[in-house]
Design a protein around this ligand. Structure first.
Ligand code: NAP
Length: 261
């Protein structure tokens, strides 16, 4: 890992990255390696043992839009990159509004969605409660890869057997539901995912359309084994300048750097 001073260059444009994703980490690593910015990374502070980061980190919520506006002003931020997860809808909305109010240029870095391919058996759901309903009435064996707070929706369908995988433990365990729990952090390889699905006789997967390579293994494994995926669509995003790759984000930042120095 880089020293805490990596990415901090006095006099360089001040950059805040909203993170909690692999993309944010990769962007932070690129900036730490290339220099040219006085940059820091913001995390929500939810994960109990967050991974080390290549840039200085601040942790915890800002206190809504007002708090973020204050932070942008107090820290004299020149540019904001929203590299949060595609399902982190509140912070993305807040970032758009706060950047507008503070007059700070904003870029969203959002990984592409997973597209359905030949052989995929997908059922679309608009949100998590709808996805749980689409499992149907008959008992099924379901791999669930939702956040530990989102899994509460499973309590509405206690007839199924759930294998719940999350980074941190689901506490308290689900009421009324037959559930087993795995704590694990990706990336997950397709071969391992196939073994997990087969060993546990899984017949459905409940997944968000997160996109990205790190958790695609289960989708490819489901295709190979003919297992249905109930796929939750992404929430709506604010309309802001958006790129899908770290390289494209760096090109945008380079333009900002030229304009502010
Ligand atoms: P959310 O519902 O959009 O945001 C809830 C609140 O958490 C925000 O209003 C903000 O608090 C705070 N927050 C969120 N991201 C923050 C950040 N990067 N820095 C500082 N504060 C932040 O977010 P979420 O879905 O709970 O996700 C929380 C974090 O986990 C995000 O950073 C996201 O990138 C990461 N993550 C989420 C998912 C997912 O599926 N949702 C998956 C992987 C990683 P204030 O209003 O007080 O500022």
């Amino acid at each position: 890992m880089n020293p805490p001073s990596a990415g901090r260059e006095a006099g360089a444009p001040r950059l805040l990255i909203l993170g909690g994703t692999l993309e944010a980490r990769e962007l932070a690593a690129t900036i730490a390696a290339q220099g040219g910015f006085d940059a820091s990374l913001s995390l929500a502070g939810r994960t109990r043992n967050p991974q080390g980061q290549p840039l200085p980190v601040r942790s915890g919520g800002f206190g809504g839009v007002e708090g973020l506006v204050e932070h942008l002003k107090a820290e004299r931020i020149d540019a904001l990159v929203d590299a949060t997860h595609p399902f982190a809808a509140i912070i993305s909305r807040n970032a758009a509004e706060a950047a507008r109010r503070a007059g700070v240029p904003l870029l969203a870095l959002v990984r592409p969605v997973w597209e359905q391919r030949a052989g995929d058996i997908w059922t679309a759901a608009a949100d998590i409660p709808e996805a749980v309903g689409k499992l149907g009435d008959a008992p099924r064996r379901v791999l669930v890869t939702l956040g530990r707070n989102e899994v509460r929706a499973l309590e509405a369908a206690p007839q199924h057997h759930y294998l719940v995988r999350s980074i941190d433990a689901v506490e308290p365990p689900l009421a009324r539901a037959h559930a087993r729990y795995i704590e694990a952090r990706g990336p997950f390889a397709e071969g391992d995912e196939r073994a997990l699905l087969a060993d546990n006789r899984i017949d459905a997967i409940l997944s968000k359309n997160s996109g990205g390579a790190a958790t695609y293994g289960k989708i490819a494994a489901a295709r190979a084994l003919g297992i249905e995926v109930i796929m939750v669509a992404r929430p709506a995003r604010p309309v802001v300048a958006t790129v899908e790759s770290v390289a494209a984000a760096m090109a945008w930042l380079e333009r900002i750097r030229r304009e502010t120095t």
